[in-house]
Every structure is written in C-alpha cells, then in structure tokens.
Design a protein around this ligand. Structure first.
Ligand code: HEM
Length: 432
C-alpha cells in the first residue's frame, strides 16, 4: 500500500494550503475507491468509503435510493439531518423542493441582475480606489451576502450579523460541529428567522421568504412547509448562498492575478462568461466532498459496500478526473462541455446554481471592465477544511484600466438570460 493510499483524509494538515490535488491524482490512479479506517475525527469510531473518481461519484449522486442523504451529508452526526432539504430523501425531499423551487426560478434570479451589477460596480470601484485591499473582504464575500439578502428579503443591515451566526452554526472546519457558541448562535438565528417569517406571513412581499412561507401544493400532504423545515431552510440558504459562491469567485480572481490574459479575455470578449463561471466552479469545487449512507449492500467499482456504511465522495477530485476532463489541472476559460459535479447532479442538484452563475458573471465582468491588473501582495490564505474549499484572504494591489469605457449595463451577447440558461445543469441532471 503506497503512502497516498494510506493517507488520512480527515487530517486537515493535508488541506491547509488548498485541496491536495497531487495526492488525489494518485488516489484516482491507485485506489479509485477505498475503505478509510476510522480516525479521531470520525464519529463513533467508524470508518468510511472514500470515492475519488468521477464515474463512481456520479453513480452515487444518481442513485439516492441506495445512497441516502437523510443521515446527513457530513462525516459527523449533524443536528439538522432529516430536516434540512439537502439532508433528506424522497418523497419528503421532492415535496420540499417543489415547494421552494418557485423562489429560484430563472425569472426571479434574472430580476436581481441589474441590482447586482450596480452593487458590484460600487464594491469594485471602492476596492480600486483603495489600491490595495483584501479582495475577499472587499468583493467576493460581500456580493453573495448582499445577493442572498435581496433574494430572501432580509434587510441588508442585518447581513453581517446573520452571516457571523451562520458561520458558528456551520463551522465544520475542524471536522466537528462548533463548540458551545453554536447552540447560542443557532438559537438566535432561529429567533431572527421566525420573526421575519411571521412578518412575511402577515405581510407577503415579492421575495423568497414570502414564497416559502406561503408555498401551497394542494396535492401534497401536508400542503405547506412544516415549522422545522422553514427553520432549517432559512439556515441552509444563508450558508449555501453566501459561502460557496464566494469561494468560486475568489478562485477566479486568484486565477486572473496569476494569468492576466484571463482578465484581458473577459474585457475584450465577455461572451467567455458563458463558460468561465462553470470552469471556476470545477477548478475550485467549493464543496470538496459530500457524504451519503448506503441503504443496502451495493457493489461499487468492485468493492462491497454494506448497508449502513458511510460513503464520502470527493467532488474536488472527481472534477479533475483525467478520464473525463482533457488537461484537467488547467483552467480552460472556454471549456465546453464542462460536465463538472461542483453543483452536484441528480435530485439534490444545487438549487442556487442559476444565482451563483449570475453572481460570478457579474463579478468577473465588472472586474475585467475596471481592473487592468491584479497583483498579489502577500500569500493567499486558504480555509483549513476538507469539506469546504475556500479562500479567506487575497491581499492584492489593483491597477485600474486607464479608460473606463466598458459599457456599464452591457451584458455580452450570449450572457443575457444567464439565469435562464443556467437553470439546467450544464451536464444535465440525467446520465450521459
Ligand atoms: C458556486 C456556488 C455553489 C456551489 C458550488 C454549490 C454547491 C452545491 C452542491 C454540491 C449541492 C448538493 C448537495 C448534496 O448533494 O448533498 C448544493 C445544494 C444546494 N444548494 Fe448550492 N452551491 C452553490 C451556491 C448556492 C447558492 C447561491 C444557493 C442559494 C441561494 C444554494 C442553495 C442550495 C440548496 C438549497 C441546495 C439543496 C438542494 C437539494 O437538496 O435539493 N447554493 N449546492
């Protein structure tokens, strides 16, 4: 057994400087699927199956009857398992998804676009004005946060407070739930969510919270969302909405710093924005792994998985699988097709994918229109996590474009209606 095959994938030292792609390239070659022995970070002293390749990850995603989400999608026991929509199986999951998907239609997302662009211009202008800044703080964390508040109908002045509380609740960076402060954060988040939901019940607005609160499907039983489902959904949206998009956008800006031709390409031919956001999601894979639990014995790539076994599939590795992607370690801004698994596939395909793609397009477009060069002025700081690939800090100096003649409102041909195009999975939810 080689060192790669023996590597402890729950040891976060491997992930301190970003996802260890070299290690996973060896795992794809030497052990596409392997049994991972228990470690101090695995609950109840149980090990898990570790799946490193694209075909097997996709096989898991597309077979929810065998690979259940209801016991949670993290390695430890999650308090919301069974209540949060990403941690449920059908028929309950399908019912919940039908109830809330009205809030994520391409029409709803497209409506945000002008406002998102205006806000992005303001953020980037301020960053350019400063000359030197942390791009995560100045741009990539701020826009997704503002966007999710707009979509949900949450007052913008509450966004930082809420995002701090969500981080406490979702803090799985060390492989376990956050300590004592998590309970207090959960409680105050629940309280906030319940108050605003009660308000929307009395006074519906044109926002996602009102859609969820008033969702009614006469043929379903019950025909509305249950209280714990609304509570959990409120928390999921904040975590999912703010963090993952920030990671993909941060990765794209670091790529633009390393290779200024990407900036120039976007500035000169913004139609590249029909493919670049998905390539950023493939390369970064903000959700590094997910977890399912086998409901029955199953054979995967010649291995016998037993009912009750936990299965970890690494999206960040599947998205660099040489068997599927040509030159997988290279950022190809025009990669097409790009059947990456960054937004998953199957029944849990990311509900926010349209919004995430739109945000990425707006950020990259406005960046390229205003900034000629990004120069890193220090080391970027990676999130030390094997669950979420993230960048916490990008210290950079920006050189403004001398002529700011880029059209303010000009979405490039082929980019308008991105939400509409993005409403489907790039590879489709279907097997290919
Ligand atoms: C680049 C950004 C994003 C990435 C990479 C991403 C990734 C994912 C992935 C991999 C899943 C599947 C989870 C599973 O199979 O267990 C998922 C589900 C989900 N995402 Fe995203 N996401 C992003 C942005 C967003 C945004 C902006 C929102 C909301 C505004 C959102 C809302 C959701 C929801 C509600 C689900 C659960 C869907 C279900 O279980 O049916 N995501 N996302």
């Amino acid at each position: 057994m080689t060192a790669a095959v023996r590597a402890d994938l729950t040891n976060l030292d491997h992930f301190a400087n970003g996802f260890p792609q070299d290690l996973f390239a060896r795992l794809r070659r030497e052990a596409p699927v392997r049994w991972h022995e228990p470690t101090e970070h695995t609950p109840k002293g149980t090990g898990f199956w570790s799946v490193h390749t694209y075909a097997e990850s996709r096989e898991i995603l597309l077979d929810p009857a065998v690979f259940s989400s209801a016991q949670g999608t993290v390695l430890f026991d999650h308090p919301w398992a069974g209540y949060m929509m990403n941690m449920m199986d059908n028929p309950r999951h399908a019912r919940l998804r039908r109830l809330v998907s009205g809030g994520f239609t391409p029409r709803m997302v497209d409506r945000l676009e002008d406002e998102l662009r205006r806000r992005t211009e303001t953020l980037i202008d301020a960053a350019v004005e400063m000359g030197q800044c942390d791009l995560v703080e100045a741009v990539t964390s701020e826009l997704p946060l503002q966007a999710i508040c707009m979509l949900m109908g949450i007052p913008q002045q509450d966004r930082h407070l809420l995002s701090e509380r969500v981080h406490h609740v979702f803090d799985v960076k060390d492989g376990s739930t956050a300590g004592g402060s998590a309970a207090a954060a959960t409680e105050s988040l629940l309280q906030y969510g319940r108050e605003i939901v009660a308000e929307r019940r009395r006074n519906p607005q044109d926002d996602l919270l009102s859609v969820i609160t008033h969702a009614h499907l006469p043929d379903e039983d019950p025909s509305h969302l249950l209280e714990p489902e609304i509570d959990a959904f409120f928390q999921l949206l904040f975590g999912a909405g703010a963090d993952a998009t920030r990671s993909a956008a941060s990765w794209a800006l670091v790529a633009m710093a390393a290779d200024p031709t990407i900036l120039d390409t976007v500035a000169g031919d913004p139609s590249v924005l029909t493919t670049l956001p998905d390539e950023a999601v493939r390369m970064m894979s903000p959700v590094a792994h997910n977890v399912r639990t086998a409901t029955r014995d199953y054979e995967l790539a010649g291995h016998r998985i037993s009912a009750g076994d936990r299965v970890v599939y690494w999206l960040a590795s599947a998205n660099r699988d040489e068997a599927v992607f040509r030159d997988p370690q290279r950022c190809d801004v025009r990669r097409e097709p790009n059947p990456h698994l960054g937004f998953a596939q199957g029944p849990h395909f990311c509900l926010g994918a349209s919004l995430a793609r739109l945000e990425l397009q707006v950020i990259l477009r406005q960046f390229a229109a205003r900034v000629e060069r990004i120069e890193l002025t220090g080391d970027i700081e990676w999130t030390r996590s094997n669950k979420y690939n993230g960048i916490n800090r990008i210290p950079a100096a920006l050189t403004s474009r001398r002529t700011r003649s880029a059209p303010r409102a000009g979405r490039p041909a082929g980019v308008r209606g991105a939400g509409r195009r993005a409403g489907r999975c790039p590879a489709g939810d279907r097997p290919q």
